[in-house]
Design a protein around this ligand. Structure first.
Ligand code: ASP
Ligand code: MG
Length: 433
């Protein structure tokens, strides 16, 4: 059995036209055995996050926010189907459980409730896409990924139970292709052994597709996106970007590690372990192969720029200006891990230790409080981290223009800068008369 795994993100199912486009893509593959992993429609995950916040704030708005999400989905359904009732019923059944949750007092565990509510985005989008494929006459089936994707109970950041997931995928998913071609399922969500829904972390649908690719020994995985492939920089930030036709797994891992948003960082490893090629391809041009990520070794690359906004530098020193020693470092790292502050860059000098992390004010505050009196901490914010792979002097100079460089680090192929944008200096108009 050879299966291809397709992943469609929120943008590719955002409205009627987008879903019709997905339908056209899938018609090109009508004879292939596919598993189609879909994200929540457009920005509905953000909207669902607001429902959770409002439920906990007890501001009385949660139900209205959920109602608004229902309406948005209903609008898509009315636009897409000539006989929408069956689909609307399906959507309403799915939302009933969310209404029940909102009727109760907020559960003590925020992250648990978050997963129970936010996961509905993927359930809704996958149902709509499934009904749509059926209406096109494709041989499709809806599948609840929680029947196979088992995780631990780290809500909002669940870890996959690979062994169980692999077993379940081969026993429950594989037989389904005997009587259908396209299995539509959800990205981002999983379940504990106690049948509680979990999520894999924001933007986790790519990772779901990789997990299923691994567990099913897929022949290839395809992420359909609104860009031509993997580019040398984010086209929203830079003008002169080009597509990289081929990438090695290693290069892709490096790029996503440094913050490239094109693929979720956890996606590559499972594919690499089984040598499954990953195609990152444009949903607006299904004839293009986009970028192929595989086990290439002999590739050379142009400079690739990755920007990670919202950085903070934490400068930590001992209060008595004694050396920052190993036992201090191990305590600092334990606290960074405890508050899930991901270290992007670090440096230690005799009397200080500096890290660059994503700016998360609440967690940073708690971290600082727990560091205690032995340490002094100074925080710089409003920074940006620039990583340049395969750099040359020209691009390096270019990236530093109008920036104050607070931190610079070079290792082999990679330069990293933490910078502050300098306000443009303009000369005052003086009256020389
Ligand atoms: N819908 C989820 C999110 O927006 C997962 C994903 O899109 O990959 O984070
Ligand atoms: Mg998304």
């Amino acid at each position: 059995m050879s299966v291809k795994v397709f992943k469609f993100g929120g943008a590719s199912v955002r409205d009627k036209l987008a879903i019709e486009n997905v339908g056209r893509i899938l018609q090109r593959f009508s004879d292939d055995k596919l598993i189609i992993v879909v994200s929540a429609i457009g920005k509905s995950t953000n909207a669902l996050e607001e429902v959770v916040k409002s439920h906990y704030a007890r501001d009385g708005k949660a139900s209205a926010l959920l109602e608004h999400i229902r309406e948005q989905h209903a609008n898509v359904i009315h636009a897409l189907f000539t006989a929408p009732q069956k689909v609307l019923d399906d959507i309403n059944d799915t939302l009933v459980e969310m209404e029940w949750i909102l009727e109760e007092d907020p559960h003590a565990d925020y992250d648990f409730t978050y997963d129970q509510i936010v996961s509905v985005g993927e359930l809704l989008s996958s149902k709509i896409l499934f009904h749509y494929l059926q209406s096109l006459g494709l041989s499709a089936r809806w599948f609840d990924v929680r029947d196979v994707l088992l995780t631990d109970n780290t809500f909002r950041d669940a870890r996959v139970n690979w062994e169980q997931t692999q077993k379940l995928a081969s026993s429950k998913l594989a037989p389904l292709w005997q009587d259908c071609h396209h299995i539509v399922t959800q990205g981002f969500i999983g379940t504990t052994t106690e049948n509680e829904t979990t999520t894999l972390g924001r933007e986790g649908s790519d990772y779901t597709a990789a997990i299923l690719s691994f567990c099913l020994d897929a022949e290839s995985m395809h992420i359909w996106k609104d860009v031509p492939g993997v580019l040398t920089a984010d086209p929203r930030l830079f003008d002169e970007v080009v597509k990289l036709p081929r990438l090695s797994y290693k290069e892709a891992i490096e790029m996503t590690y440094y913050g490239a948003k094109v693929i979720h960082p956890k996606t590559i490893k499972p594919l690499q372990n089984k040598q499954i090629p990953l195609f990152v391809r444009p949903f607006l041009d299904p004839t293009s192969e986009g970028t192929i990520i595989s086990d290439e070794k002999e590739l050379t690359y142009p400079p690739v720029v990755v920007i990670e906004p919202d950085q903070a530098l934490l400068h930590i020193s001992t209060n008595d200006f004694s050396f920052v020693a190993e036992h201090h470092l191990s305590m600092i790292f334990a606290l960074l891990a405890k508050y899930r502050l991901k270290v992007n860059m670090m440096r230690n000098t005799a009397i200080s230790f500096t890290v660059s992390i994503n700016f998360q004010p609440d967690r940073i505050k708690k971290f600082e409080a727990e560091l205690g009196d032995e340490f002094k901490m100074v925080t710089d914010t409003d920074l940006e981290m620039i990583t340049i792979r395969h750099y040359n002097d020209e691009i390096l100079q270019d990236m530093k223009k109008e920036k104050l460089v607070l931190f610079e680090d070079r290792v082999q192929e990679t330069v990293q800068l933490v910078v502050r944008n300098l306000p443009k200096m303009r000369r005052k108009e003086t009256n020389t008369m």
